[in-house]
Design a binder for this molecule. Structure first.
Ligand SMILES: [Zn+2]
Length: 426
């Protein structure tokens, strides 16, 4: 009796397991969630807008329905924080007694009013042969007042930089002023007036406490922010971001429900959708400061899994594949199935550094992004046409299931990826 009973129990368990994954992770659910997150009502989910607040409320509700716990110390799924945002209201710049046209000035300052001159400000130059982006970020990272004289060959950057609001966790005391098309300054004066805003934003975080290894974390993440509303193309001005990254967020919500239903995770699982990825990765940066990174065994960051990969269906790639053995572990769990994970084929694009996994990887965490996006030829990437109708929801469902199955050993605590050598990263 006993033997027979055990056998039938095992068979039964095997059957429900197989049924459960399709019951929870299926096309109808993927479509339901995608259609909400990528709807015009969410207004492109731009950070600091009412649209992203609606998206947050929806994800919170899904986490609640999934039965997730709150992150320690919080009393909701909202992991809220604040950022300072600065808008330059006016910049009067004189160099060698000459008034500089406003169209040649980009000011970055978090002071409501400030005056710069050679007495309190250093001068730096960006010449025609320099890497502008690199020098620009170097200047921005400075703690001193800087007047940066930029070669006229970079004039095309002015418009873009001016339209980009500056956001920071802290309110820096120094100011940085870029003047384009001027190569020398013997004397100068700058008068800046800025509008400073302190704005709330939030990640959405839910937890499934680990049974025997609660202090070992496994993170499943995506970002729920996108680009908002922009210039109309064919009467459409909303960047719906169905693939980028409503797709990853959808995966996070369904994986949460799946692992809750399995109810056998030995490690603590953290499900999070980050804010502010598109404007600098601030959501992941804040999130990464809320725990000891040594406790994180793996991070599955999921970005743009809604289109077919360059290898066709049932395949995805893992960024930074060679930096840990996590990719091999995941592939091992997929053996015998029709899914395949490949190393990132677009390494020249530095995708490993271009999503929220990089923040955790810099702390040594085996943190990779899983994606299917054809980055050399993805027609709707960062366009108003990134809509649900352009996605292959069947394939996306299979990718989410593959992530669930491939993470089995890591979730159970039986497999532990090697750590990223943070010193080797860019
Ligand atoms: Zn993205």
């Amino acid at each position: 009796m006993k033997k027979i009973l055990i056998v039938s129990l095992v068979l039964f368990a095997g059957k429900t397991f197989a049924q459960d994954i399709n019951k929870i992770i299926n096309v109808a659910e993927v479509e339901r969630i995608e259609k909400v997150l990528a709807s015009d009502e969410m207004q492109g989910r731009k950070t600091f807008t009412p649209g992203i607040a609606k998206a947050s409320a929806f994800i919170e509700d899904e986490f609640k329905k999934a039965g997730l716990q709150y992150w320690k110390g919080l009393n909701s799924y909202k992991q809220e924080f604040f950022m300072f945002e600065s808008l330059n209201a006016s910049a009067v710049v004189k160099i060698d007694e000459q008034l500089i046209a406003d169209t040649a000035v980009v000011a970055v300052s978090f002071q409501e009013k400030t005056s710069l001159s050679e007495k309190n400000t250093e001068v730096m130059s960006i010449s025609a042969t320099d890497d502008f982006r690199k020098k620009y970020s170097e200047a921005l990272a400075s703690k001193k007042n800087l007047l940066v004289l930029v070669d006229a060959s970079f004039n095309s950057f002015v418009k873009r930089l001016k339209s980009r609001p500056q956001s920071k966790f802290e309110q820096p005391e120094n100011s940085i002023v870029f003047v384009f098309g001027v190569t020398k300054a013997n004397s100068f004066s700058v008068e800046l007036v800025n509008k400073i805003f302190k704005k709330p934003l939030n990640n959405v975080v839910g937890v499934l406490q680990g049974k025997s290894k609660p202090n070992e974390y496994v993170i499943f993440s995506g970002h729920y922010d996108h680009l908002g509303i922009g210039k109309a193309v064919n009467n459409d001005s909303i960047y719906n971001g169905a693939n980028d990254d409503a797709a990853g967020s959808t995966a996070v919500m369904l994986l949460a429900r799946y692992f809750k239903a399995l109810n056998n995770n030995e490690r603590t699982l953290i499900f999070t959708t980050f804010t502010a990825e598109e404007i600098g990765g601030f959501g992941a940066q804040y999130f990464s400061k809320q725990f000891n990174p040594a406790q994180v065994m793996a991070m599955f960051n999921i970005e743009m899994i809604g289109t077919e990969s360059k290898w066709g269906k049932n395949a995805a790639y893992i960024t930074g594949y060679e930096k840990t053995d996590m990719g091999k572990i995941l592939q091992g769990n997929l053996e015998g199935s029709q899914f395949k994970f490949y190393p990132d084929p677009y390494t020249e694009q530095n995708l490993f550094y271009r999503s929220d996994n990089a923040t955790l990887a810099r702390l040594g965490v085996p943190a990779h992004t899983i994606s299917t996006s054809k980055m050399d030829n993805e027609p709707n990437y960062h366009k108003v046409s990134d809509e649900v109708s352009t996605l292959d929801l069947n394939n996306m469902t299979e990718i989410i299931k593959a992530i669930a199955i491939s993470s089995k050993g890591i979730v159970s605590g039986k497999e532990t990826p090697t750590r990223v050598d943070a010193g080797s990263l860019k």
